[in-house]
Design a protein around this ligand. Sequence first.
Ligand code: ZN
Length: 223
Amino acid sequence: MIDTKKRIVVLLGPPGAGKGTQAAYIKEKFHIPHISTGEILRDNIDKGTPLGIEAHKFMHKGDLVPDDLIIEMVKDRVRQPDCAEGALFDGFPRNEEQSEMFFDMEYVSTNAKVCAILIDIPDEEVINRLSNRRYCPSCKSIYNLIYKVPKNKDGDSYLCDNCGSELVIRDDDKVETIKNRLKVFHDTAEPLIAYFTKKNVLHIVDGITSLEEVFKQIVNILE
Ligand SMILES: [Zn+2]
């Protein structure tokens, strides 16, 4: 039997959960494009489409682009041939209104296997992972004092393996910033998790393990 169903994946997870890496793995294995609303927005604005021109008016005033405009752009995007076998969404839907519009889309409601996948990692682990990141301001290499430890130190400072520069902590990886990012994540994700649970499409994978192990759990869900 040939499975003709499209795979429609919504990926959720806190910062530091490795969503970008999992998205790349999913894209490669299941031949579905990774669609982010930021990208679609930029693309519509760059090409000067009517939707892009409309969206730009809101962004220009510093306002959020309304949900119905976002949905129209998503509908346009999934008409492209690369979405024939499905699509992976990241950052969309971002609220209950968008979720309702999402499930009303013909692309989603017709012959599709819809999976919202939450990569679950406790806050302390997110803080632990991200606050141990170190960054080379010269060659942009990224290290982690747990997973990818730089070989050399000068006093208390770690040095870049590549170019010997002193490594720094980026603002994004400071504990206070991480806590703020986690708050934003929880505020956004919790209503979505409740909605996807109600729709019976939520899957939770254990994120406190290697990228490969996380991907195995995702493959089990999608196959
Ligand atoms: Zn360097």
